[in-house]
Design a protein around this ligand. Structure first.
Ligand code: NAP
Ligand code: MG
Length: 486
């Protein structure tokens, strides 16, 4: 893996505000850690409330300038051009992300490819969203206009920065909003890299502003800022609830993309060869640090032992190591996250652990490695089967029939994604309706994939939809114009 950090094409100790790279007010920095070995590899800007204020001001100004006046088709062309520049730099972006967040290179590369694809998709959509005419009283013409909210705030987590920038900032810019992005403290580099690429492609000043920093400092200042018109938040339930309270104080709409405990349901007639890679990969992708990870595997009793043994064999072959080695699983993001995950795994007794993967012998001692763990034997109400672990672990639970499968699937506070494995067409349709979640996959499972597919949660997984065309409605507001002409 090329060590790109000395040659970055942007300065990570700066914020990007009004098209300028500026030091944070107060001049603070935060350490940049490589999770693969725990070493400090640089510094990033510690943006403050004053920087957020400047960024919101710059975004507001952009709305009345070149950006605000830009026709939709031109906006779309510009987004597509940014997407092409991202595509040209996929390897660089992947190398940066791998060093910053510990993703195995292949997985980091997939995120960069997805970012380029979001920009391609939304670039093409920019001039295809429009209002309607509405039949009304005699002598009237009534129509609707789709307009940007104005200044949109984007607060994102560390697990998939590039993908989330694509779906959130990409959709907001498509609709003509001006964005202020606060990336996670532990994963700022690709957000800044993206800003630099957008600048190079000619994005007008202030249309996108990036302020790295701490959640309780820069993040809270952004979500509570009276000058923003919409908040898109992706992260934990606890912080999401704080964000919604800030949004309420300013009476602005908010999209919350929160956690999950997403199930895959494997029925007696399902094809195990087809399902097996999805059953396992959806749990260990990105070391399980995926909102839509499938962390619960529900299996019909008649097939339970067979599926457990097949999954256990896969688990035993999983290898964990530094991002540069590009193995199945990389390190977790931080020592703190490792401690949380190990705390959860400690709740399983030895007899309940069906299999574990292997941390390679030469993995650096300072890296935040956790061996993937398959748990079979805890009940559906156990904390391991209820709480989001956010690490490489899956819990297997048997069910007797369809009703019980649905009850277990719906029996957590979350509802983000579900997978259903059955050849029975009627059952496929019934379950697609009966399962409470934002997405249901039938005989496949898409953790994170599919830029075209609207995505979001029910229950504590959040509300509002990103991805696909649906996001464009969320990142715009509707105005009704009624003209009386007699
Ligand atoms: P988090 O702790 O909630 O942080 C998310 C973002 O919020 C970060 O940028 C964080 O900044 C910021 N933040 C923290 N405290 C804040 C505050 N008081 N005010 C404003 N902003 C604040 O979440 P995480 O641990 O990074 O991410 C993991 C969680 O995200 C999991 O629950 C996962 O399921 C969820 N997630 C959901 C989706 C989805 O689409 N549904 C996608 C990915 C992840 P700092 O980190 O710099 O403090
Ligand atoms: Mg890092």
């Amino acid at each position: 893996m090329p060590d790109l950090l000395p040659d970055l094409w942007f300065d990570p100790t700066k914020c990007f505000i009004a098209g300028q790279w500026i030091s944070p007010s107060g001049g603070g920095t935060l350490p940049l850690e490589n999770p693969s070995d725990g070493s400090v590899i640089g510094e990033i800007a510690r943006g403050t409330a004053a920087d957020i204020d400047a960024a919101v001001g710059a975004a507001r100004e952009a709305l009345s300038g070149e950006w605000g006046r830009m026709p939709a088709a031109e906006r779309g062309r510009l987004l597509a051009a940014i997407g092409r520049k991202v595509a040209e730099r996929v390897d660089d972006l992947a190398a940066i992300e791998a060093q910053d967040v510990g993703k195995p290179l292949k997985q980091a590369r997939a995120d960069a490819v997805a970012l380029a694809r979001y920009l391609e998709f939304y670039g093409g959509a920019a001039d295809k969203i429009h209002g309607e005419t509405i039949p009304y009283l005699d002598g009237y013409t009534v129509y609707t206009l789709r307009e940007p909210h104005g200044v949109t705030a984007h607060i994102i987590p560390w697990n998939y920065p590039m993908q989330i920038i694509g779906r959130s900032v990409g959709a907001a810019l498509t609709m003509g909003n001006a964005a202020v992005l606060k990336p996670a403290e532990e994963a700022c580099l690709t957000a800044l890299a993206f800003a630099a690429i957008a600048e190079e492609a000619g994005l007008p000043k202030g249309a996108l502003n990036v302020v790295p920093g701490l959640g309780e400092e820069a993040g809270a200042a952004l979500s509570g800022h009276a000058g923003i018109n919409h908040i898109s938040f992706t992260g934990s339930v606890g912080v999401g609830s704080l964000i919604q309270a800030s949004a309420a104080a300013n009476v602005v709409p908010v999209t919350l993309e929160l956690g999950g405990k997403s199930p895959q349901l494997f029925f007696e007639d399902a094809d195990l060869d087809k399902a097996l890679p999805f059953l396992v990969n959806a749990g260990i992708q990105n070391a399980g640090q995926t909102c839509s990870a499938s962390s619960r595997i529900l299996v019909h009793r008649s097939r339970f032992d067979e599926v457990r043994d097949a999954m256990a064999a896969r688990y035993a072959a999983l290898r964990v190591g530094p991002a540069a080695d590009d193995l199945d699983v990389g390190p977790l993001i931080s020592a703190g996250q490792k401690e949380i995950v190990e705390g959860f795994l400690g709740m399983a007794s030895a007899g309940e652990i069906a299999a574990r993967g292997e941390i390679v012998a030469d993995a650096p001692a300072g890296g935040h490695y956790v061996a993937p763990t398959l748990i079979a034997g805890v009940g559906a109400d156990h904390r391991l089967a209820q709480d989001e672990i956010f690490g490489p672990a899956q819990v297997m639970i048997p069910f007797a029939d369809e009703d019980e499968a649905v009850a277990i699937a719906n029996g957590t506070q979350y509802g983000l994604v579900a997978g259903v494995w059955t050849e029975n067409g009627g059952r496929q349709m019934r379950l697609a309706k009966a399962i409470h979640s934002g997405q249901v996959f039938i005989n496949n499972y898409g953790a994170g994939g599919g830029v075209e597919l609207p995505f979001g949660g029910v229950g504590k997984s959040g509300h509002g939809r990103e991805k696909g065309f649906e996001a464009l409605y969320g990142f715009s507001t509707l105005k009704t114009v009624a003209a009386h002409h007699g």
